[in-house]
Design a protein around this ligand. Structure first.
Ligand SMILES: NC(=O)C1=CN([C@@H]2O[C@H](COP(=O)(O)OP(=O)(O)OC[C@H]3O[C@@H](n4cnc5c(N)ncnc54)[C@H](O)[C@@H]3O)[C@@H](O)[C@H]2O)C=CC1
Ligand SMILES: O=C(O)[C@H]1O[C@H](OP(=O)(O)OP(=O)(O)OC[C@H]2O[C@@H](n3ccc(=O)[nH]c3=O)[C@H](O)[C@@H]2O)[C@H](O)[C@@H](O)[C@@H]1O
Length: 447
């Protein structure tokens, strides 16, 4: 008989995981404390943007293989496996990950399970969390319950969430005892048959692999951006530098795109949570470089604001600035810790007349910053602009050519925050165009 699976937390990770589990043929119930989200998902409506996911969701809601609920009682003894994909955001005091949602999910489950079940953590957590939860389960579980625990971190990227879930580049399982591994081999049978590498290890290693991967990616981006700071001062071409580095297969070209830096719901919070955790362990000296990675990343945003002011000859106040892109990356509507949104807000706070346009992110940005102005489309955003900023590399922005904008803007000035435009073409058309890592006269201090 097919396994029954619950997925607790139906955000970017959980909704994707639930729909993909249904696609693999399992009976799935997604659980969330957000009743509005559950209602939307139950109707087959995805409350966020993720390519390919709406079709999968609708298909399996219609087939009856995928349902959603707010009620833990419905899943506690129904499912063989409970995946936990609730949020682990940065704590309000800034120190480490907020584990309340993970703890609450484990408590809600443990207090209700009476038979055999496997709980599988997928959320990104500080090392030591699984072992602590094991203790909570042992203390709180009913005498008739037999609950195994595993940690199976998730490596999907937003924008590619379905493909990454269906065809992951590796599977990592932290577990004690063979039950968890056997059940998870059944869940991931299709990927394993396609020779996806499987790493079975202990809790601590599984938790650390996840944060190490994100720390490495963040470090790679800040590494190239630190060189962008050098080429901005002395000259040189950061993209050529990255290309040349990337030919060394030990280094690789991926994640060496200089720009406005990394954002999103994971890389920034994960490097901060990792620093907080090693500090708790008395090991802050081991990861001091991550503070630098964070600082380099945040300096990118500040630089764009100063560059804008400089290109406007210090007349930023009242200037019409078109901001193209507000999500942290293309093909996502996610604006969590988005460099683009942060830059738009900084410019607004500095007195510029900012008009933002993003193909999918306007609503989420407007929820966070209702005072910013949002355009319905690109022509509206750039109309009469004194300066255009391209901050998220959506396909429609990458495809821009000077002729698209020249009759509508007030001044031919553009900052290419993602180095995706053909600079020569714009210069030939009479534009002042500045990319990231491009040599520029010294900028004034902070605004
Ligand atoms: N977004 C991504 O691309 C990836 C996220 N992750 C990790 O996955 C976790 C979730 O991230 P996202 O999906 O982005 O977050 P999210 O904020 O989109 O979704 C979290 C969901 O959990 C729900 N929730 C909170 N407490 C709950 C509870 N006690 N019971 C049931 N539902 C509850 C929330 O209502 C929300 O819908 C985080 O630890 C994140 O670091 C890992 C890999 C990729
Ligand atoms: O833990 C997570 O949630 C996920 O975090 C990242 O995925 P994601 O946040 O979706 O996006 P990425 O593609 O990693 O991009 C992150 C940020 O880095 C920026 N970036 C990326 C690459 C690059 O060369 N330069 C650069 O500035 C992007 O613009 C974006 O703001 C990881 O890539 C996933 O493996 C991981 O599962």
């Amino acid at each position: 008989m097919s396994l029954k699976i619950s997925v607790i937390g139906t955000g970017y990770l959980g909704a994707t995981h639930a729909a993909c589990m249904a696609e693999l043929g399992f009976d799935v119930i997604g659980v969330d404390i957000d009743a509005a989200k559950v209602a939307a998902l139950s109707r087959g409506n995805l409350p966020f943007h993720e390519p390919g996911l709406p079709e999968l969701l609708r298909k399996h809601v219609d087939s009856g293989r995928l349902r959603f609920t707010t009620d833990y009682a419905e899943i506690a003894d129904w499912a063989d496996i409970h995946f936990i994909g609730v949020g682990t955001p940065q704590r309000a005091d800034g120190h480490g990950a907020d584990l309340r949602f993970v703890d609450s999910a484990v408590h809600e489950l443990t207090s209700r399970i009476r038979g055999s079940a496997l709980i599988v953590g997928k959320s990104t957590v500080p090392v030591g969390t699984a072992r602590r939860l094991r203790g909570i389960i042992d203390t709180e579980a009913h005498s008739e319950a037999n609950i195994a625990l595993a940690w199976n971190p998730e490596f999907l990227r937003e924008g590619f969430a379905v493909a990454d879930t269906m065809r992951p580049d590796r599977l990592v399982i932290g577990a004690e005892g063979g039950t968890a591994e056997a059940l998870l081999r059944e869940v991931y049978a299709v990927a394993l048959a396609a020779e996806t590498p499987l790493i079975v290890t202990d809790f601590e290693t599984a938790e650390l692999v996840k944060v190490a991967a994100n720390a490495f990616l963040a470090t790679k981006i800040s590494f190239i951006n630190s060189f962008a700071e050098v080429t901005e001062t002395i000259g040189g071409d950061i993209t050529t530098l990255a290309d040349a580095l990337g030919h060394d297969i030990r280094i690789g070209r991926k994640f060496l795109n200089a720009g406005v830096g990394f954002g999103g719901g994971c890389l920034p919070k994960d490097i901060r949570a990792l620093q907080a955790r090693v500090s708790e362990l008395g090991l802050s000296h081991t990861m001091g470089y991550l503070a630098e990675v964070d600082e380099i990343n945040l300096r990118r945003r500040e630089r764009v604001v100063r560059l804008a002011n400089s290109m406007l000859s210090d007349k930023l106040v009242g200037a019409r600035i078109a901001v193209l892109g507000v999500t942290f990356k293309p093909d996502s509507d996610d604006v969590r810790d988005s460099p683009a949104l942060d830059i738009a807000v900084r410019l607004f706070n500095a007195g510029a007349d900012v008009l933002v346009y993003d193909p999918k992110g306007n609503n989420n940005a407007a929820e966070r910053f209702p005072r910013l102005h949002y355009a319905n489309d690109l022509p509206e955003a750039v109309a009469q602009a004194d300066l255009v900023l391209l901050l998220t590399e959506w396909a429609e922005f990458k495809a821009l050519v000077p002729a698209d904008l020249e009759d509508v803007v007030a001044e031919r000035r553009i900052i290419d925050g993602r180095n995706v435009l053909a600079r020569g073409q714009w210069e030939d058309a009479g534009w002042e165009i500045v990319g990231m890592g491009q040599h520029h006269p010294p900028l004034d201090g902070e605004l």
